[in-house]
Ligand binder design. Sequence first.
Ligand SMILES: CC(C)(COP(=O)(O)OP(=O)(O)OC[C@H]1O[C@@H](n2cnc3c(N)ncnc32)[C@H](O)[C@@H]1OP(=O)(O)O)[C@@H](O)C(=O)NCCC(=O)NCCS
Length: 223
Amino acid sequence: MTDLASLFPPGVLWKIAEDWMWETPLCPEEEALIAKAVDKRKREFRAGRNCAHELFKTANIHCNALLKGKQREPDWPEGWTGSISHTQGLCVVAIAPLTLFRSIGLDVEQATPLGDDIRSLICSAAEQDRLSRLTLMTGQDIASQPLDKVIFSAKESIHKTYFPLNYHTLDFLDARVDINTGDCSFEATIIKPEPAPKVPITTLRGKYCVGQSYLATFISLEP
Ligand SMILES: CC(C)(COP(=O)(O)OP(=O)(O)OC[C@H]1O[C@@H](n2cnc3c(N)ncnc32)[C@H](O)[C@@H]1OP(=O)(O)O)[C@@H](O)C(=O)NCCC(=O)NCCS
């Protein structure tokens, strides 16, 4: 994907999983997490974990088995945060030191529009109206981009940023995403937060990019 690099601020290390990473088995503790999984799940899990280990190796950081926390969030080495995303044929991992970022969220998706059946579960009526206006105003190149899928992806990135701090799963309509097509950024407002959050968050900012086959979103929250 051409613009992927534009998502990441300085200090974030990121990598696209290479072919061998999808195939190569992990250490026994990590393999135990996917012992009963179907082949597709084993491949994507291995891609994410092998890719993360390569990133930590490049950063010269010791990283034991990357297990998971309360849900499926990776249990990153002390002093680090990160995010993993996979979709058919693509896996991307980003990591960052906690001194620079409190939490990060990354999501990659196929660059196809949301189905009519789920659009209203993901995007509020106000978000859908705004998307319709944006596509009218901004010309054919933007009108042809699946911006509803960008909103979906942004909301997955919100979850990956928010959950590890508050152990709370937001619903898709608990946050509002405003896209700025001028600089491919977005602002997310948490409308219905966790009632007693450990880390109160009202706004998150992120970037997006749309390629021919894939789109991606990334959020970083500073300390
Ligand atoms: C967890 C979820 C975001 C995964 O998204 P997905 O598109 O299916 O899959 P992705 O490949 O992009 O992401 C999966 C990776 O996210 C990470 N992840 C999973 N749960 C996570 C969580 N609670 N917090 C942070 N990261 C998490 C894991 O690394 C996982 O990969 P792994 O299991 O191989 O390690 C999605 O399944 C989900 O539950 N969404 C509902 C919550 C939500 O998004 N709400 C909207 C808030 S506005």
